[in-house]
Design a protein around this ligand. Structure first.
Ligand SMILES: Nc1ncnc2c1ncn2[C@@H]1O[C@H](COP(=O)(O)OP(=O)(O)OP(=O)(O)O)[C@@H](O)[C@H]1O
Ligand SMILES: [Mg+2]
Length: 474
């Protein structure tokens, strides 16, 4: 396997799964002031100081003095590395470089040997454009350079100035290189900007997609990889997981819903959540767990029976074994045989409702404290519509408390955007995890936006499939 060259830049190696594949040629593009020079220098400095790898900085634009000063502002005293033949700053014209690189025993080859060069930075390849009368010669120069560096197994960064009018087009340079990193300055709120780094392409290594924020610190670039900044080791203890059975979702959940957690499924009105809820509900039943289902306004028991057939579960049998319980806020018809397992809360006050549920748990001898897995499926949209914000809040707090004491796992459907904002923020805060699903264009997406371990996932697409469980994430 190809070896990996760590960049040594905090966070960057993490999103590159270790670093750049050795010998690859990578374009680092960005508008003026986005940090290209800093990234290039840091790559060489880290290589020289941490990995004892020789580096060569070729600049067309700035004088070496400028580069030393720049480096010194981050505390990189590169004269020292130069003295020990681990670094070389070369200020040269693009024409001269092109003449020398191809030459046997030329200046380039000499320097490469002198510093035992493993890393090269060229600042910047944009200047090639000026010396080239047409695209063809420009292309040839980039190819030549790329091939020579590749052959020498030197990992190289080609810095490229991104001008405003090109920001949406892909420069041809990006096609011929192995990787592309884009640095940007993005507006943040009203009067701030945030620096971001995105890996657009990297052959031969797994990358974490998305725009990652970074800062300039006293020690150079410090990048915070997306979604993984708030990992709390105390909370990410491997708890027992209850797999959802939905392909892709269990990976995002690191195995499934953590036992004893309270998860919210935040969905907007256009998103189809039935398959997510049903998929998890029937998967848990198939796995032998017990479940309480708070029926939503759109899913009466009779409809749930139909779903059960589709998912290959006999609800009648589950009822006979006392493993399921249904709670209905509307006094809808109860199918024959389901009477003892259905609690109709219509017209009942919530205290009474809670008491009935507790009673039911004890009467069935299915107390979760007995080591039996219980999963509670809630529909807070229904509760909210039916009983209002205050009751929903109380009910949720009770549910969380109960789950803490008896170890049941809760999945509650809600729609934050259509709820009272104070209630929504309460639910978001108190819940251990949030799975968000939404529709954008012609696709539905799903993302873990909160989890007990602090982990957030990238958004994933939901795809319908013909067999059980009828959806999967891609
Ligand atoms: N020591 C430092 N601490 C914090 N920020 C710094 C430091 N040194 C430089 N900067 C900031 O980093 C910015 C970008 O630096 P850099 O020269 O790496 O960008 P660049 O993309 O190479 O820009 P250009 O296109 O002008 O060459 C500077 O404009 C400055 O605001
Ligand atoms: Mg620069």
């Amino acid at each position: 396997m190809e070896s990996i060259v760590p960049t040594g830049i905090h966070g960057l190696d993490k999103i590159l799964s270790g670093g750049f594949p050795q010998g690859s040629v990578i374009v680092v593009e960005g508008a003026p002031g986005t940090g290209k020079t800093t990234l290039g220098l840091q790559f060489l400095y880290e290589g020289a100081t941490k990995d004892n790898e020789g580096g060569l900085y070729i600049t067309f634009e700035e004088l070496p003095n400028q580069i030393y000063k720049n480096a010194l502002s981050y505390g990189w005293y590169i004269h020292k590395q130069e003295a020990s033949n681990l670094l070389r700053i070369v200020s040269i014209s693009p024409e001269l470089l092109m003449q020398e690189v191809g030459k046997q025993g030329g200046l380039f080859e000499q320097i490469v040997q002198e510093v035992n060069c493993r890393r090269v930075v060229i600042d910047s390849i944009s200047l090639f454009r000026y010396g080239s009368d047409n695209e063809e010669t420009l292309r040839k120069k980039i190819y030549t350079l790329r091939n020579i560096l590749r052959k020498l197994h030197i990992t190289s960064l080609f810095l490229r100035e991104q001008t405003y009018d090109q920001s949406d087009t892909t420069a041809f340079e990006n096609y011929v290189v192995d990787g592309v990193i884009r640095l940007s300055l993005k507006p943040l709120m009203v009067s701030h900007r945030i620096r971001t780094l995105e890996v657009l392409k990297m052959r031969g290594t797994k990358i974490t997609e998305g725009e990652h924020n970074f800062n300039f610190t006293d020690a150079g670039i410090y990048l915070s990889p997306l979604y993984s900044m708030v990992e709390d080791p105390a909370l990410s203890q491997p708890a027992l997981r209850l797999p959802t059975g939905i392909p892709g979702l269990d990976d995002l959940l690191q195995g499934g819903l953590p036992k004893g957690s309270v998860f919210l499924l935040d969905t907007n009105s256009r998103a189809n959540y039935e398959y997510i809820i049903n998929g998890i509900y029937f998967e848990r039943l198939r796995e032998g767990d017990r479940a309480i289902m708070v029926l939503s306004s759109t899913t009466p028991l009779t409809l749930l029976q139909q779903y059960a057939k589709m998912y290959g579960v006999s609800l009648e049998e589950e009822v006979r074994q006392g493993k399921v319980c249904f709670i209905d806020h509307y006094n809808r018809p109860i199918p024959a045989g389901f009477e003892k397992s259905t609690i109709c809360l219509g017209g009942m006050d919530e205290m009474e409702g809670q008491r009935r549920v507790e009673q039911w748990l004890v009467s069935t001898d299915q107390d979760p404290r007995e080591g039996k897995e219980w999963v509670v499926f809630y529909d807070f949209n229904t509760v909210y519509t039916y009983r209002g914000a205050q009751s929903t809040k109380r009910l949720f707090a009770d549910e969380v408390a109960r789950s803490r004491t008896n170890g049941s796992t809760v999945l509650a459907l809600c729609n934050f955007s259509e709820m009272d904002p104070e209630l929504a923020s309460f639910l978001e805060r108190v819940g251990n995890g949030i799975i968000r699903t939404w529709v954008d264009g012609n696709y539905q997406y799903l993302q873990i936006v909160k989890s007990p371990g602090g982990y957030m996932s990238a958004p994933r697409m939901i795809e319908n499939i013909s067999g059980y469980p009828f959806i999967r994430l891609v």
